[in-house]
Design a protein around this ligand. Structure first.
Ligand SMILES: N[C@@H](CCC(=O)N[C@@H](CS)C(=O)NCC(=O)O)C(=O)O
Length: 399
């Protein structure tokens, strides 16, 4: 295949969203070259073409730039529909979108906490930054003075704006450990979130769970010891395991012989079913992240009223209180997640009345679920702009 027919993925092994998109591209059998996001790639490709320093970035064979993993997946699903990672039924579609939002924007909190709060793993983290930024430097040089690499200090200093502080840390760790336990229980019954094949949210889970929480030493130890089924799932998702758990062997005349795989195509659960083992994870999302999203939406409406036309690229628009378990604290108000919420509320409001009734009946099991998918975003339509959003020009972001 000519190189121009291949995609390029500009990414790094330590990066959260690279951990989401790489296994997705592999699963889709997309021909791509993995390009490490070195300082030169940032300076000469990413910044000029995207307008800010961010990874991952995908360059398509016809030289289009895709930034943002959710948008990348939308694009690739349109152009390479099989095997699809998108459920086709309403409840599974909504759950997949909700869990993608949870993985992208909420599991970010434990992922950043476990990366940056533990001095004992700092050399490992520093080396990873050095290897990505300057792959040809000697390893000890890569590991020393990581501050010289672009975004290092920004990431390191992002804990406060994410609401990671002395009061919240015990609750962040408690919540994450409960998530691990719940996800392990789920994976003991189902290979993926929605049954026998991965949906978009499975790949989103790899963002926090692989580069940060599996690979970094302190949370990696925790995951392997507390929830080894989750650790094995991650290894399968990213393809480090040579033997696929789907391959079954039997022994014939002293030789291992592969048992032919079953003829039925693996699929999502029938009848729009959501496994009950996902309920605690969904409830945790509605309890912890739901109120933060709804409060952000409320404040965002006030913010755009006050700022008039001055709403170029918005990223963090002040701070607000949030609650985790028994603790109330303060964090930055991120507006990008509203773009992801808008996709969900648009999907919900586009359903037929009958489908909406089914979704409502499903969401009635949860506290806070319906409020979220029914949130009114009609007066504050947003468009995504790299890591933030802009207000949609009237008529350009469909309801
Ligand atoms: N929502 C985006 C976020 C991409 C992102 O936040 N990437 C991180 C590294 S994993 C980054 O480069 N951040 C730089 C920044 O946010 O300024 C996506 O889905 O791709």
């Amino acid at each position: 295949m000519a190189s121009s027919e291949r995609y390029q993925l500009l990414a790094s092994e330590l990066s959260y969203f690279s951990g989401k998109i790489r296994p997705y591209l592999r699963y889709k059998n997309i021909p791509f070259d993995s390009v490490v996001s070195t300082e030169e790639i940032y300076e000469k490709v990413i910044f000029p073409r995207v307008g800010c320093n961010v990874v991952p970035v995908v360059i398509t064979p016809d030289n289009k730039v895709l930034q943002d993993t959710t948008a990348m997946i939308e694009y690739i699903e349109r152009n390479h529909p099989e095997p699809s990672v998108l459920p086709t039924t309403p409840i599974q579609t909504l759950v997949s979108m909700l869990l993608e939002l949870y993985a992208d924007e909420w599991l970010l909190i434990p992922a950043m906490h476990y990366r940056w709060s533990f001095m004992e793993q700092r050399k490992f983290v520093d080396l990873q930054f050095g290897r990505a930024a300057a792959p040809t430097s000697p390893p000890l040089e890569q590991m020393n003075n990581p501050e010289r690499f672009g975004s290092y200090e920004n990431f390191k200093n992002s804990l406060q704006v994410l609401g990671v502080n002395e009061e919240t840390v015990p609750e962040i760790e408690r919540s994450y450990k409960e998530f691990l336990d719940d996800f392990q229980t789920h994976l003991s019954r189902y290979p993926y979130l929605l049954g026998d094949k991965p949906c978009v949210a499975d790949f989103a889970f790899c963002g926090p769970l692989y580069p940060h929480l599996y690979r970094d030493p302190v949370p990696g130890f925790l995951m392997r010891c507390r929830a080894p089924v989750v650790a094995c799932w991650i290894e399968t998702m990213i393809g480090v395991l040579q033997e696929s758990p789907a391959d079954v062997y039997t022994v014939v005349d002293g030789r291992a012989v592969k048992v032919p795989p079953p003829k039925v195509q693996p699929g999502f659960l029938p009848n729009d079913e959501i496994p009950e083992t996902l309920f605690p994870i969904l409830q945790r999302m509605f309890t912890e992240q739901g109120p933060v999203l709804l409060d952000t939406l409320q404040k965002f409406k006030e913010y755009i009223k006050e700022s008039g036309d001055d709403t170029d690229m918005m990223r963090v628009i002040g701070a607000h209180d949030f609650r985790l378990g028994d603790v109330t604290s303060v964090r930055g108000m991120f507006v990008y997640p509203l773009w992801m919420l808008q996709r969900i509320t648009d999907y919900y409001s586009g359903l037929s009345p009958g489908q909406r009734r089914e979704v409502d009946a499903f969401l009635d099991r949860f506290q806070g679920g319906k409020e979220l998918v029914k949130a009114d975003m009609s007066q504050c339509r947003v468009e995504r702009k790299t890591v933030g959003v802009t207000l949609a020009k009237s008529g350009s972001s469909k309801l």
